[in-house]
Design a protein around this ligand. Structure first.
Ligand code: CP
Length: 313
């Protein structure tokens, strides 16, 4: 396998790389059952987390993953850095480059910023979410979770994405990877929140009855990203919940059909789902979070800082 410097999106992963990451996440996850959860794989290496947007799961998951691989972790806090005094992304990177970090985990509100950073550093850059574009480690942890649930082979399984697909980098990356694994995918959202470039082979539903009639194995709920909507895309949160939310009544149909429920987090209770979903026996949200650590350990193990391939061009 050619050494790879960066992980910027799902499209650029070869089948061999995909298999390597997902296969190696299994022994990393097995470590979690041991009293000592650390291995010396990245001893002496430094992982920097550079988040220009808020995060709970992704950031802490990378921190735990790096620390379980014995790497040193530096949290670059944008709100208390010279970024607030107007320092550019590239000047920030140049400063951090001088500190000789090996991995930079970056989240930014603008699509393409991780690619820009990757072209300007010898460190391995991992895209932890950029604008509407991509969130590759979320897609990898989602597919790892699905493979656990369905016994490895996802071909022929069906997943319906429900919610704000237009503004979701998670939907873009996870949908792409699910389809690559042989799954059929569908969408349910208000017309204003379905991307215009959705391929015709992906069913775009307008109500839950159509979703149930499609017989999905998994429902993947997405948060309504109000912070990315310059103008309101939905009339009101209450109406959104009534028409598109996973209510108690719909959860009963979900349970009767044995459908699994996923969500990347953070969840908005009372909007895309009701409280009762969180305790539903086939809700995979916590499993997604746990698997995120194993998959991110595998990604850090796979990438080779300083290599010339995959430099974000
Ligand atoms: N899934 C996800 O990206 O969550 P955070 O925003 O909390 O990192």
């Amino acid at each position: 396998m050619t050494p790879r410097k960066d992980l910027l999106d799902i499209q650029s992963l070869t089948d061999e790389e995909l298999d390597f990451i997902l296969t190696n996440a299994v022994p990393f996850k097995n470590l979690f059952k041991r009293s000592v959860k650390k291995v010396p794989t990245l001893r002496g290496r430094t992982v920097l987390t550079l988040f220009y947007e808020p995060s709970t799961r992704t950031r802490s998951s990378f921190e735990v993953a790096a620390s379980r691989l014995s790497a040193d972790v530096i949290n670059f806090s944008v709100n208390t850095s010279s970024v607030v005094k107007g320092e550019s992304v590239l000047d920030t990177i140049s400063t951090l480059e001088a500190m000789r970090t090996d991995y930079v985990v970056v989240r930014h509100g603008m699509s393409g910023i991780p690619n820009l950073i990757a072209r300007n550093t010898t460190a391995s850059v991992i895209n932890a979410g950029d604008g509407f574009h991509a969130h590759p480690t979320q897609a990898l942890l989602d597919v790892f979770t699905l493979k656990e649930v369905f016994g490895g082979d996802l071909r022929g399984s069906r997943i319906a994405f429900i919610g704000d697909i237009q503004h979701s980098r998670v939907a873009r990356s996870t949908n792409l990877l699910c389809r690559r694994m042989g799954m059929s995918t569908a969408m349910l959202a208000p017309g204003s929140l379905i991307p215009r470039d959705t391929p015709p082979e992906i069913a775009a539903f307008t109500n839950w009855d159509q979703v149930f009639a499609w017989k999905p194995d998994v429902i993947y709920l997405l948060r309504v990203q109000m912070e990315r909507q310059n103008v309101p895309f939905i009339p009101s949160i209450g109406e959104y919940h009534r028409i598109y939310g996973l209510t108690d009544e719909r959860l009963k149909r979900v349970r009767d059909s044995g459908i699994y429920v996923m969500h990347p987090g953070p969840v908005n209770r009372g909007v895309e789902l009701n409280d009762s979903v969180m305790t539903y026996e086939r809700c995979l949200i916590n499993q997604q979070v746990e698997n995120g650590i194993a998959v991110r350990m595998s990604v850090l193990y796979w990438l080779k800082p300083g290599s010339v391939e995959g430099t974000g061009s």
